[in-house]
Design a binder for this molecule. Structure first.
Ligand code: FES
Length: 169
């Protein structure tokens, strides 16, 4: 009876050992780097969160500018960002919170910003105008209505979320 033994040469043994140890060490070094590279991109951002901005009984039928801050996380960069909205109560008693960002080229609109058009939002950059409900005035530069903030009311407090085009509300 003959027994076949598979011999491993010293060279092969060294090759297997060094490949195994080298692979293990490489994986151990790469894992934290890969995690650092992709982890922030996988985390959810707080941008969609609602933030308390005002008491509902302080809101009138006249648009008033409300500013608040949010913590914004852009992948690896965290910052505090100031947001603004033009907020008022409609005739139905609903609350409308309009983005002040002009839909033409992104300047900031103001309520009654023009002496000539007292019941409109006015953009000083290119004389863009919007009606009180945020709809763009025809034949002025903006081609779309102002975005509208998602909102909710809880215990008399107004919370604002993300500004979205009104057709997405
Ligand atoms: S940016 Fe507002 S009209 Fe041009």
């Amino acid at each position: 009876m003959s027994e076949k033994r598979k011999q491993v040469s010293r060279r092969q043994f060294l090759n297997y050992t060094l490949t195994g140890v080298g692979g293990f060490m490489g994986a151990a070094m790469l894992a934290p780097m890969v995690r650092f590279a992709i982890d922030p991109a996988l985390q959810t951002s707080a941008q969609g969160d609602f933030k308390a901005v005002a008491q509902v009984d302080e809101i009138t039928t006249e648009p008033q500018r409300i500013d608040w801050t949010i913590d914004q996380v852009d992948a690896w960069y965290e910052s505090e960002v100031t947001k603004s909205a033009w907020v008022y109560k409609t005739e139905d008693g609903d609350i409308l919170a309009l983005s002040p960002v002009c839909k033409h080229l992104g300047c900031v609109v103001t309520w009654q910003g023009s002496e000539e058009y007292q019941d409109q939002f006015f953009c000083p950059c290119h004389d863009g105008r919007y009606y009180k409900d945020g709809v763009n005035v025809p034949n002025t530069p903006p081609a779309a209505a102002l975005d509208v903030f998602q909102h909710k009311v809880e215990d008399g407090t107004l919370y604002l979320g993300k500004a979205v085009p009104r057709e997405e509300l």
